[in-house]
Design a protein. Structure first.
Length: 280
């Protein structure tokens, strides 16, 4: 009995520290490499947790446990902190655009170069907006929430508006899935209001048969990813026919123009698992 209690308490403590304890083994899917090749992206990892079946599916388990810069996937966490600290009052509060054109010189990002809110900034991944709310929250509050949640390696050195882009913060696909599961279940230490808001603004597709919550990310830190120009993330979860599948994909990307392929790749793999319906 004492041994059982000790194991239970240890599991609880590790979950609280952001190190999920997996009861079910991970099933490797080497056949997924063919889908990577078909979509036209270099090697990477895809980790999927089928909640109802309590089943884990993965390509490259070693990579799924390796930490990378979260890049724009951090906007999910950043939005929670912004709401909790009052950096913005809700998802509708607008921060005025400063008039500086952002994006490639030959192709400015239209959605960035205008006023934005927490919701529009999530949808269009508006960098300057989320940098501003991080500055408003402040380093002390940000570190406190990072520690409380146990997000990644908890290292926010590198500047309050840069640490998730080119600082030392690292998170693995496994940790991403753990964070998403707690967000979906309202089990993060943030208020229920903040979590419900972020769940709502993370919805990218809502159809009669399913709902997709997701966030992309693209990092270009050569020090952590020397083989290619960038690292592409796509993380989230699918609610379909009363079931949920949580996923985290990261892939090496030769160039930013390849970034849309990460979404197509993840959707194809999720469809193969039955998480998404076949494309009509």
């Amino acid at each position: 009995m004492k041994h059982f209690v000790w194991l239970y308490l240890l599991s609880f403590a590790l979950i609280g520290l952001g190190r999920p304890v997996q009861a079910a083994p991970w099933q490797e899917h080497p056949e997924w490499r063919a889908t990577f090749t078909k979509v036209g992206v270099p090697p990477g990892t895809m980790l999927v947790y089928d909640e109802k079946a309590d089943a884990w599916h993965v390509l490259d388990a070693q990579r799924a446990r390796h930490g990378y810069l979260p890049a724009s996937t951090f906007k999910l966490f950043n939005a929670l902190v912004a709401l909790e600290t009052g950096a913005v009052k809700d998802e509708y509060e607008v921060i005025r655009w400063d008039g500086k054109t952002r994006g490639p010189a030959d192709s400015p990002i239209t959605e960035w170069n205008r006023d934005n809110s927490l919701a529009s900034g999530m949808r269009y991944s508006t960098l300057w907006f989320y940098q501003e709310v991080a500055r408003r929250a402040g380093e002390q509050h940000m570190q406190a929430w990072i520690d409380k949640v146990g997000y990644g390696n908890r290292d926010i050195s590198g500047g309050i508006d840069q640490f998730w882009l080119n600082g030392k913060l690292r998170i693995s696909a496994e940790q991403q899935v753990d964070f998403l599961r707690r967000l979906a279940d309202n089990k993060l230490p943030f208020s229920a209001r903040a979590q419900e808001t972020v769940r709502r603004i993370s919805i990218t597709e809502s159809q009669p048969g399913y709902e997709l919550h997701a966030k992309t990310g693209f990092g270009s830190d050569a020090a952590q990813n020397a083989a290619h120009d960038g690292l592409g993330w796509y993380v989230g979860w699918v609610e379909h026919d009363g079931r949920r599948w949580f996923f985290a994909l990261n892939v090496d990307l030769p160039k930013f123009s390849d970034a849309p392929k990460r979404v197509a790749l993840a959707k194809q793999l999720l469809t193969q698992l039955g998480a998404l319906p076949p494309a009509s």
